[in-house]
Design a protein around this ligand. Structure first.
Ligand code: DGY
Length: 309
């Protein structure tokens, strides 16, 4: 049981998630993470990756012992500070793999086969006068995955039946049947499509820059379902404008929900509003897992999905 008024909900949650939260606990709400703290005595926080939990907020909450983040990425949490204060934390890995892989594959085909443009072509009745331009096949291509964690591995398994070759880059080689590239530059040079599924945070900040995009080359495509911070967006915009790469599909941006205006005027991008995990089934499962973690904490049990701090 979670004691009443013991959990501070930081940030707005979409309706289906809020219904689940309200069914299972009575949170103290703080919908604006920069606003005043409503109750200094709360023991745990429930939040999601769109909201940054900073030390200034936590300094005002002397009783906080646990943070449940309703998302797999936790680059919104100040891990060094949590360690110092002995605050534990959890995320929601696993339950969103299917949804993120589905969106990634959707973006991949949308980009290569120009599905949004084809839709417009039919709607605008251009079809009667012109032939839709030929697009690019996925079969036979080399796909480089940056970040071969849970999502990367599930994505690779789903992509193989499309007759691609898979290779990957990450902090270390894993016992997987794909070629490991210790150098991201070498992976980019070898790939037709580079897909980012790595965590955000310091270690991956802006690792996709002009040199990597040059290596990917004019026939190369970039797909980012990881975090906006992984890409140097100015470098990417310039590469797209100058056809240094063929195109990009982006579900994540440095400044959400207001991506750089230059992205909106490019003809070789497919953009999505950070919806990798945004299916009803997945968001419900994520919310339940986040609350399972809170329950475990209040029942003095080990957390089902702790973040290692
Ligand atoms: C996550 O869980 O990290 C996804 O990006 C959704 O926010």
């Amino acid at each position: 049981m979670i004691p009443v008024n013991s959990v501070l909900q930081v940030g707005f949650f979409p309706e289906i998630m809020q219904l689940e939260i309200d069914r299972r606990l009575v949170p103290v709400s703080m919908l604006d993470p920069k606003g005043p703290v409503p109750d200094r005595n709360v023991k745990a926080i429930l939040t999601r990756p769109s909201f940054t939990i900073n030390p200034t907020l936590l300094d005002q909450l002397p009783e906080i012992k646990m943070i449940a983040c309703c998302g797999v990425g936790y680059d919104n949490l100040p891990l060094d500070y949590l360690k110092q204060r002995g605050i534990i934390a959890s995320n929601t890995p696993g339950v969103l793999n299917d949804a993120v892989c589905e969106l990634t594959i959707g973006l991949l085909f949308g980009l290569l086969r120009k599905i949004p443009e084809a839709h417009q072509f039919v709607l605008q009745k251009t079809w009667a006068a012109e032939t839709f331009p030929f697009t690019t096949s996925l079969a036979g291509k080399k796909v480089g995955i940056v970040g071969m964690g849970r999502i990367g591995q599930e994505l690779a398994a789903r992509l193989l039946p499309f007759k691609v070759e898979i290779a990957y880059h990450g902090p270390s080689s894993k016992s997987l049947p794909y070629v490991f590239f210790p150098s991201l530059m070498d992976l980019a040079r070898e790939s037709d499509v580079l897909i980012l599924t790595c965590p955000g945070g310091k270690a991956t900040e802006k690792i996709i820059n002009t040199s990597i995009l040059n290596a990917l080359g004019p026939k190369g495509y970039l797909i980012n379902v990881a975090r906006g911070s992984v890409v140097n967006e100015d470098d990417l915009i310039s590469a797209l404008q100058n056809k240094v790469i063929a195109g990009a599909a982006l579900d994540v941006f440095e400044n959400e929900p207001n991506p750089k205006p230059a992205f909106l005027s490019l003809s070789n991008v497919l953009l999505a509003p950070h919806i990798g995990s945004a299916t009803q089934e997945t968001r419900q499962a994520m919310t339940n897992l986040a609350i399972d973690n809170l329950e475990a904490f209040f029942n003095h049990q080990s957390l089902p999905t702790p973040i290692s701090i």
